[in-house]
Design a protein around this ligand. Structure first.
Ligand code: G6P
Length: 610
């Protein structure tokens, strides 16, 4: 995720900014940059790559300034190159901005600003905002007011810092949906997206809330809402240490990422889900719309967790779009001389965008003239670049090796693709609206599940010593079962298998005795009764049952040893809510066994070899 740091005071800001950026590196980024105000000029250096590359580029040239901002970018709009790196500036190079988040209405704003004569050089959503501030500055002649007025026209999420050569004694900060904290020092103030960047200078902080804009000088700060009401903020003291800050106060990155899912799902859907029209708008697929609408077969290919998301995609696309879908392990696809026709559309799904097998499958399909599309997290990754078009999932960097938030975001994007294609191919507006409404509530549903962490932790304690686990589900939740089992084996080293529930009688039932816990994913849908029968079969053999069931299911306690409750949702989207408790269960079992959760043995986050 992008990182922000700003400084105003009597010291030279440059080393403070660069050190702050280094402390934000753990968040993942692809380019870095700084802007300083000196002698009524903006000095800007920015570069794709690491902070160390930026430092080498700046060199030891005695650059010094008492006001500056620094940024690490994790690309969302526009490739991760030097040009798109932050800071961005206005037409006269008087105002500079750094930004975390996504400006949803940037295309509309951009058009209007270009009509008004602004030259926009980059592909980012951020640059649009600095030109909007320039426009507002013409009206107000005051940077604080100009930023505030500009933000009133912005839809989306932001944490921003703005500086100007016209007002070299001010640093403006604003937040909506993307955190910012002011570090209060002696004759100096800092601002950062994350306390890790300022804790070495001060432990006195002020947390900005959504909708607040702050005007910060070396000795003071004033905070207002975007609607010009003044707010008195309390200074607090940070008591936690650096490592805790990096993990957002969580014990592990994996837990942090599990808890980020209400937000990452929002990021995947933001600006794309059209609830009132019951469809989705996917700018990234616009150029291949005709191909998509005319194809009579879709191929989904991926590895690992992403392959499980692909399986969910098959259920959704076949049922709602009525189009045949094939799902293939990328590693198998590349070597079996698959039948591919130029009319085929293939989606490759990858968190990292670098997985060697997935990349090879992509190239195989391309060489046979299929249209190849990406569903990728890391912007500018090889897969993102080599596909004909695609949709980013915007989950933010995933650091824990076991994938969590990327999985649910991949399914969210596949849901959007399904809605979009479904509505073009016969899905009624009425049904589209119901599905879209359900998706829009997903973040809140995930939040409710996360509140049950203690209950899930207690279940984990009971099962931490077992040798084997079975996960069973049907329909869309068969892939959920596979993913639940994969999470457990990846991080706890317990052998776990996922199966379609009805297949249990064809083999796994032989394993069931009092030592075998079985996780059933059992929402109250059309095949609920059938799964309950499978649960009875496990009970009859003294197996232990953990049920993931609906909040208002009053029957399930009779056939289960433990129940984890999840909100109701359309069955197609069930894997999003149902996988959250399975992630937590795996996590707490692994922690209870003393395993290295974030870096499990033998596994790699990005597998760039065959
Ligand atoms: C590795 C990771 C998994 C991931 C898989 C595919 O095995 O450990 O978490 O699901 O690669 O990675 P991708 O980046 O292509 O989604």
């Amino acid at each position: 995720m992008c990182g922000i740091v700003g400084y105003i005071g009597k010291k030279n800001s440059l080393p403070i900014l660069l050190e702050g950026l280094k402390r934000l590196e753990y968040r993942g980024y692809d380019s870095a940059g700084i802007a300083l105000v000196r002698d009524q000029r903006l000095i800007i250096h920015k570069k794709a790559g690491k902070v160390s590359d930026l430092i080498s580029m700046i060199g030891n040239n005695g650059l010094s300034s008492e006001l500056g901002i620094g940024h690490t970018r994790w690309a969302t709009h526009g490739e991760p190159n030097d040009l798109n790196a932050h800071p961005h500036w206005d037409c006269k190079k008087e105002i500079a901005i750094i930004h975390n988040g996504i400006i949803e209405n940037y295309a509309t704003l951009k058009k209007k600003l270009q009509q008004d004569g602004h030259t926009i050089r980059t592909a980012t959503d951020t640059e649009v905002l600095v030109h909007l501030i320039e426009e507002m500055y013409k009206r107000s002649n005051d940077l604080f007011t100009a930023v505030r007025l500009a933000l009133l026209e912005v839809e989306g999420a932001y944490g921003i810092l703005v500086i100007s050569t016209k007002e070299p004694d001010k640093l403006i900060a604003a937040r909506k949906g993307s955190p910012l904290v002011i570090g209060v020092g002696e004759h100096e103030n800092l601002v950062a997206s994350d306390a890790a960047a300022l804790i070495h200078h001060t432990r006195q902080v002020v947390y900005l809330e959504d909708g607040e804009v702050a005007c910060i000088t070396a000795n003071s700060f004033v905070t207002k809402t975007t609607h010009d009401e003044e707010i008195i903020k309390q200074v607090e003291e940070i008591t936690i240490d650096l490592e805790q800050i990096e993990k957002g106060g969580y014990e592990h990155f994996m837990l942090k990422e599990i808890h980020e899912q209400p937000q990452s799902i929002c990021n995947a859907l933001r600006g794309r889900l059209l609830v009132n029209e019951g469809t989705a708008k996917l700018g990234g697929l616009e150029s291949v719309k005709d191909k998509l609408l005319n194809t009579d077969r879709i191929i989904l290919t991926a590895c690992g967790t992403s392959w499980h998301a692909a399986l969910v995609g098959k259920y959704m696309l076949e049922q709602l779009v009525r189009i045949p879908v094939e799902v293939d392990y990328a590693s198998e696809f590349r070597y079996r001389n698959p039948v591919i026709r130029p009319s085929d559309v293939m989606f490759v799904i990858s968190q990292s965008g670098e997985t060697a097998d997935t990349l090879a499958a992509l190239r195989e399909a391309k060489s046979k003239d299929a249209t190849v599309l990406g569903i990728v997290n890391v912007v500018g990754s090889t897969i993102a670049r080599e596909t004909d078009a695609g949709v980013y999932i915007h989950a933010g960097p995933e650091i824990g090796v076991a994938s969590t938030k990327a999985f649910t975001s991949q399914i969210a994007v596949l849901s959007l693709v399904t809605l979009f294609l479904g509505r073009q191919r016969g899905l009624s507006k009425e049904q589209g609206c119901l599905l879209a409404k359900d998706l829009s509530l997903m973040s809140e549903k995930i939040q409710r599940i996360l509140q049950q962490s203690d209950h899930i932790k207690a279940i984990a304690e009971e099962f931490k010593h077992v040798q084997n686990f079975l996960y069973l589900g049907r329909g869309c939740n068969f892939p959920t079962a596979l993913e639940g089992a994969l999470k457990l084996k990846e991080i706890s080293y317990i052998h776990a298998e996922g199966y379609p529930a009805a297949e249990m009688k064809h083999g796994p039932i032989a394993l069931i005795d009092e030592n075998m816990p079985v996780v059933f994913i059992v929402p109250q849908d059309a095949i609920y009764e059938k799964i309950v029968s499978n649960m009875q079969e496990v009970r009859a053999r003294r197996g232990k049952i953990i049920a993931v069931a609906n909040e208002d299911d009053n029957e399930i306690d009779h056939v289960s040893d433990h129940v984890i409750r999840v909100p109701r949702t359309y069955s197609y989207f069930g894997p999003i809510v149902n996988s959250i408790p399975l992630q937590l269960l795996a996590y707490y079992i692994a922690v209870a066994r003393g395993c290295n959760v974030d870096q499990p043995r033998n596994l790699a986050k990005s597998v760039t070899v065959e």
